[in-house]
Write a protein that binds this ligand. Structure first.
Ligand code: F6R
Length: 240
């Protein structure tokens, strides 16, 4: 694992955007694995600026997102499909037909998981961007998710529901289930870029980097991947 400790959130995003831009510069048809949540927002803002300045084009890229809330429609303001359109897809030259997320409103969730797993297998990611849950989750693979898992319906841990409640007016509206790439799907990416900011991530960062590789700490599996870059701000790195 390469570990970079940056001064603050902005520096984390700057470095992450440079790495993603470098992957696309080297291969304009790159297949990108993308994340949602608060952490990547500054990265996406930089990619949007780079595209509007003509320094970057995503026109040849394909993208595959990590997850989607069960029941969230693509036009629901809390859905990850909506988030991606608002923060990246709708503001860049990526072809919307080449952007993929699991469908939270699929009538048959098991079939949707199978469809997404097959899609991922046919489209290996050149780089997978990840955030880190305060409980060590990656995508919505919560503690004790098997390392050999593929796309599945996950029940969010209580701590994740609590972390996510900041984005909902009514805490009862926070979704409790999500469709998520599995850990084996994530590990299949050629390169992994994981970002963590803030003191509430420090314990999980320590487990990911220095802890035993154990399903109780999902992110610890990344120690087994050959090409992982971890970018942290000083607060998230404080227990290393
Ligand atoms: C998002 C995702 C989650 C988040 C994680 C951290 O697609 O899969 O694993 O990356 O919950 O979220 P933030 O960045 O909001 O702290």
């Amino acid at each position: 694992m390469e570990i970079i400790i940056a001064k603050d959130y902005d520096s984390v995003c700057e470095l992450a955007a440079e790495i993603l831009t470098g992957v696309v510069a080297a291969n304009p048809d790159a297949t990108l694995g993308l994340a949602t949540g608060s952490t990547p927002l500054g990265v996406y803002a930089r990619l949007v600026s780079a595209v509007s300045d003509g320094a970057l084009s995503l026109a040849g890229c394909k993208s595959f997102n990590l997850d989607e809330y069960v029941g969230a429609g693509v036009n629901d303001a809390h859905s990850y499909a909506y988030y991606m359109r608002e923060n990246l897809f709708g503001k860049t030259d990526i072809d919307p037909r080449n952007t993929h997320l699991p469908l939270g409103t699929a009538p048959d969730l098991a079939a949707e998981c199978e469809r997404y797993t097959a899609l991922l297998a046919a489209n290996r990611r050149d780089i997978q961007l990840l955030g880190l849950g305060s409980d060590g989750h990656i995508a919505f693979n919560e503690p004790n998710t098997p390392f050999d898992s593929h796309t599945h319906v996950a029940e969010l841990a209580e701590s994740t529901v609590k972390d996510n409640s900041r984005l909902f007016a009514n805490p009862d509206d926070v979704p409790r289930y999500a469709l998520t790439m599995g850990i084996a799907d994530i590990m299949d990416a050629r390169k992994i870029l994981i970002l963590a900011c803030g003191a509430n991530k420090a314990q999980a960062v320590r487990g990911m980097v220095k802890g035993e590789v154990d399903e109780r700490m999902p992110a610890s599996v990344l120690q087994r991947h050959a090409d992982v870059t971890v970018i942290l701000d000083e607060a998230a790195a404080e227990l290393l």
